[in-house]
Design a protein around this ligand. Structure first.
Ligand code: NI
Length: 140
């Protein structure tokens, strides 16, 4: 197996806010991230596939095609938008970087898995110092 990663970037607004909690509890747990008037992040998304190089191309997956798929299935649906309001696959979810990575995995998986290629990891940077990784563990 060899691993191929494509990186894409997007900007999006969100807030972390649990509707079942009081204003005070939200502020205590989420701090500035619960700000009612939103805030934004410059996200960096790493999509890693695994497979074997094709005897015809030497590719696990055509990297240009992978970029096009990630743009169409994910980036176009989140870029310059509000994760809490505008994004179908985040409806009813807390828009943490963890939940966003899981949702991206679920959205992308059917589009990239073919001919023995598997989605291996979604790595999502929310800031330069915070990122999450998801490997699709069935136990979640
Ligand atoms: Ni935030």
């Amino acid at each position: 197996m060899i691993y191929l990663t494509r990186i894409e970037r997007f900007n999006a607004a969100h807030k972390l806010y649990n509707e079942n909690w009081s204003e005070e509890q939200n502020r205590e747990v989420f701090g500035k991230c619960s700000n009612a008037n939103w805030h934004g992040h410059n996200y960096e998304l790493h999509v890693t596939l695994k497979g074997r190089p094709s005897p015809d191309t030497g590719f696990v997956f055509n990297a240009k095609e992978l970029g096009d798929i990630v743009k169409e299935v994910i980036i176009d649906k989140v870029d310059h938008l509000n994760l809490n309001i505008d994004v179908d696959f985040m409806k009813g979810k807390l828009t943490s970087v963890e939940n966003l990575a899981i949702a991206i995995w679920d959205e992308l998986k059917p589009h990239v898995e073919k001919d023995g290629v598997r989605l291996h990891c979604i790595k999502l940077y929310e800031t330069a110092t915070i990122y999450t990784e998801y490997y699709g563990e069935a136990s979640l």
